[in-house]
Design a protein around this ligand. Structure first.
Ligand SMILES: *[C@@H]1O[C@H](CO)[C@@H](O)[C@H](O)[C@H]1NC(C)=O
Ligand SMILES: *[C@@H]1O[C@H](CO)[C@@H](O)[C@H](O)[C@H]1NC(C)=O
Ligand SMILES: *[C@@H]1O[C@H](CO)[C@@H](O)[C@H](O)[C@H]1NC(C)=O
Ligand SMILES: *[C@@H]1O[C@H](CO)[C@@H](O)[C@H](O)[C@H]1NC(C)=O
Ligand SMILES: *[C@@H]1O[C@H](CO)[C@@H](O)[C@H](O)[C@H]1NC(C)=O
Ligand SMILES: *[C@@H]1O[C@H](CO)[C@@H](O)[C@H](O)[C@H]1NC(C)=O
Ligand SMILES: *[C@@H]1O[C@H](CO)[C@@H](O)[C@H](O)[C@H]1NC(C)=O
Ligand SMILES: *[C@@H]1O[C@H](CO)[C@@H](O)[C@H](O)[C@H]1NC(C)=O
Ligand SMILES: *[C@@H]1O[C@H](CO)[C@@H](O)[C@H](O)[C@H]1NC(C)=O
Length: 339
């Protein structure tokens, strides 16, 4: 009866155990990243756990095996690069997880590019011995480090308080990359676990944006410690911050006294993002009159007056100071200005 149950569990467990390995049904499935990158001269921690058939008995002594490129160790024993029962192994790995608790977390202490390959995990739990043939783990070892990523919310506006983050992939949490950036160095720093249980190192800072941040470059560099030194990669982003009009000023050309009937140009300038719209006003006894919606307002100087412009964008409005238009020989206006 027991045998029947075992056969049933072998053949009727859904999906995960349906594969075969060297003509034997696979009795294990592992949860680990399918593909993982590592840096030569550094370490790699592989988060790993496994599920097995009921024959797995956590009271028994359990060994873990890692194979490289292939699983057929009977025809090629050299595929076995690590066996936890051996004191000397081809690769100096360390299974740091507790295998009896189905934790196969493994540390590769020092990789080089020749480690780039497919790896297979095997568990040996008394007579229950099975290889996770259907779950190869692809390791890719690179010589150059990963550029960190800088995260800034989109659509930045002045007065907003935003969190800027620089994060770097951290395959070796025991010696994480050191992050530095052009923002303050006392930023919040941490190495945290991701959803796939791999690690990320971060620095984070809250900044209150102003117009001076527009065009500001944030450079973040990640320095990875490796055997005998370090490797560094850098990322730069330029902030784009919207702001209300600033330094709005009105000017008149020609300046000073002009003769009646001559052509005069009033010009408005302002710094704003997005670029502002302009409106020109003329002061009169009945209040300000809207005279133009151009940046440069040209007019035939028939009478004197006072003008100012207003710059406007989605974020706000700014009014310039007033500029006088003085007509040569216009005693009344001169009188007004002087007294
Ligand atoms: C890897 O395995 C394949 C077969 O699965 C074999 O053809 C190839 O020679 C192996 N590569 C190395 C480097 O052993
Ligand atoms: C393996 O890792 C464990 C836990 O981190 C540590 O105590 C042990 O010394 C390591 N073994 C080797 C051979 O590095
Ligand atoms: C597996 O073992 C690793 C290393 O000891 C540990 O950090 C991790 O928390 C364990 N995972 C689980 C699910 O217990
Ligand atoms: C890479 O590591 C393996 C195993 O630790 C070692 O045998 C080999 O010499 C190393 N290769 C280089 C280029 O350092
Ligand atoms: C930054 O702002 C976020 C959200 O507003 C807040 O949760 C966090 O504590 C702040 N961090 C620092 C370092 O002030
Ligand atoms: C920011 O970086 C860009 C591109 O590298 C460069 O053209 C620009 O001059 C830099 N701006 C500042 C303020 O340094
Ligand atoms: C622009 O206005 C700011 C205040 O808003 C002032 O500090 C700065 O000197 C002005 N710049 C110029 C070029 O006038
Ligand atoms: C400006 O006004 C004067 C007087 O009315 C006229 O003679 C002259 O042609 C005008 N000039 C322009 C450019 O409109
Ligand atoms: C100024 O006048 C123009 C044209 O008559 C009009 O489109 C605009 O809305 C006015 N602007 C203001 C601020 O009154």
């Amino acid at each position: 009866m027991l045998t029947v149950n075992m056969l049933l569990s072998v053949f009727f467990l859904p999906g995960v155990f349906a594969d075969y390995c060297q003509n034997k049904p696979v009795g294990i499935s592992i949860t680990a990243p399918k593909e993982i990158e590592a840096l030569s001269g550094s370490c790699l921690e592989i988060p790993c756990s496994f599920k097995t058939l009921r024959q797995f008995d956590s009271r028994r002594h359990t060994n873990g095996v890692w194979m490289k490129n292939d699983t057929d160790f009977s025809s090629d024993p050299s595929v076995v690069i690590f066996h936890s029962s051996r004191s000397v192994n081809k690769y100096p790995l360390n299974i740091t997880g507790n295998l009896r608790e189905r934790n196969c977390t493994t540390l590769f202490p020092d990789l080089n590019t020749s480690y780039t390959d497919k790896y297979f995990f095997r568990v040996e739990n008394g007579p229950f011995r099975t290889t996770a043939c259907a779950d190869p783990l692809q390791i890719k070892v690179k010589d150059s480090p990963w550029s960190p990523s800088i995260n800034v919310p989109s659509d930045l506006k002045e007065h907003q308080s935003v969190t800027v983050t620089c994060s770097a992939f951290t395959p070796c949490p025991h010696s994480p990359p050191q992050l530095t950036w052009t923002l303050q160095q006392d930023s919040l720093r941490q190495t945290e676990k991701n959803t796939e249980r791999t690690f990320t190192t971060k620095i984070q800072e809250n900044i209150t944006l102003s117009d001076t941040h527009d065009g500001y470059n944030i450079t973040c560099s990640a320095r990875y410690p490796v055997i005998g030194g370090s490797k560094t990669a850098e990322t730069e982003v330029t902030l784009s911050v919207s702001y209300a009009p600033r330094n709005t000023s009105a000017s008149i050309s020609p300046s000073g006294l002009v003769s009646a009937g001559s052509w005069v140009e009033l010009s408005c300038s302002s710094r704003a993002k997005p670029p502002p719209r302009f409106t020109w006003f003329r002061n009169s006894k009945d209040g300000a009159i809207n005279v133009s919606v151009e940046k440069v307002y040209g007019l035939n100087a028939t009478e004197g007056g006072e003008f100012y412009c207003v710059a406007t964008n989605d974020l706000g409005t700014e009014t310039s100071s007033e500029v006088p238009l003085e007509i040569n020989g216009d005693q009344n206006l001169l009188f007004d200005i002087l007294f």
